[in-house]
Ligand binder design. Structure first.
Ligand code: KIV
Length: 263
């Protein structure tokens, strides 16, 4: 099995080959994702919701992320491993460097940070020091109170223009990958066309380079199934078959279908 690195993902993008991303939070699921040949594993701060039972990602700490990243790393030898930097852990460039180092030392191969052009200096500082960065734009759950809820972003023309500006500012600052959450499908396609780096979507339509879902959502075991997700366990009968089914559905473009997308 080919080891998934950043250059491998860039080649996939250049060839128009889609790849699958899933969250994982522990050793056992990391092994199952590996068995299912999922290309990228994200230790998401969604662990606040699905592992800790919190009502947002805000209480998640760097220590939590380090603990779960180290556990996932022990079960993963192939996928690219991304870890989320939790709320306020990158409020200053110094904080970002210090906390990203802790995640990388725990086994992350890339860190993900939520926000737009204001993060350009931070992205530059991290990437210049050899820490690959994935930007996260659109619906950014760490700013849920500022957004006034978990709402689709970029529906009006100024919101859409701002997201395009955010994406290119982060790319120009050195971001290696971009994740966009809950935006209209048309804007997902525009973002992909505007970027050279791989674009991962969640609730962002079919025209991105990759799709990501929260593991517990796609297994149908989280408290509530978001409309952009799908219960793959119900359709496939076993956990590994569900993970494999998801990977195949993403690579073939069958997922997401119209019912998972926003206008
Ligand atoms: O924390 C998380 O799980 C995420 C999602 C967008 C996949 O960032």
């Amino acid at each position: 099995m080919q080891k998934i690195t950043l250059p491998v993902l860039l080649e996939k993008r250049a060839r128009g080959e889609k790849f699958a991303v899933l969250t994982a939070y522990d050793y056992t699921f990391a092994r199952l994702l590996e068995q299912a040949e999922i290309e990228v594993v994200l230790v998401g701060d969604s662990l606040g919701n699905v592992i800790q039972g919190r009502d947002s990602t805000l209480p998640v700490t760097v220590a939590d992320m380090v603990y779960h990243t180290a556990a996932v790393k022990r079960g993963n030898s192939r996928a690219l491993l991304i870890s989320d930097m939790p709320f306020m852990s990158y409020a200053s460039v110094d904080d970002a460097l210090h906390n990203a180092a802790a995640l990388m030392q725990a086994g992350a191969q890339m860190v993900k940070i939520e926000g737009g052009e204001w993060l350009a200096e931070t992205v530059y500082a991290l990437t210049q020091r050899g820490i690959p960065v994935c930007g996260h734009i659109g619906l950014t759950p760490q700013t849920v109170h500022k957004l006034g809820g978990y709402k689709v972003q970029g529906r009006d023309s100024s919101g859409a223009a701002q997201l395009l500006k955010d994406a290119s500012a982060l790319e120009q600052a050195g971001a290696d990958m971009m994740l966009v959450e809950c935006i209209p499908s048309r804007l997902g396609g525009e973002l992909r066309a505007a970027l050279q780096i791989p674009l991962i979507g969640i609730g962002a339509g079919p025209d991105t380079d990759a799709q990501v879902l929260v593991l517990h959502d796609m297994l149908g075991i989280s408290a509530r199934l978001p409309s952009f997700s799908e219960d793959f366990l119900a359709a496939h009968g076993s956990i590994v078959a569900a993970l494999q089914g998801y990977g195949q559905a993403v690579r073939s473009g069958q997922f997401p279908a119209a019912k998972h997308c926003f206008d």
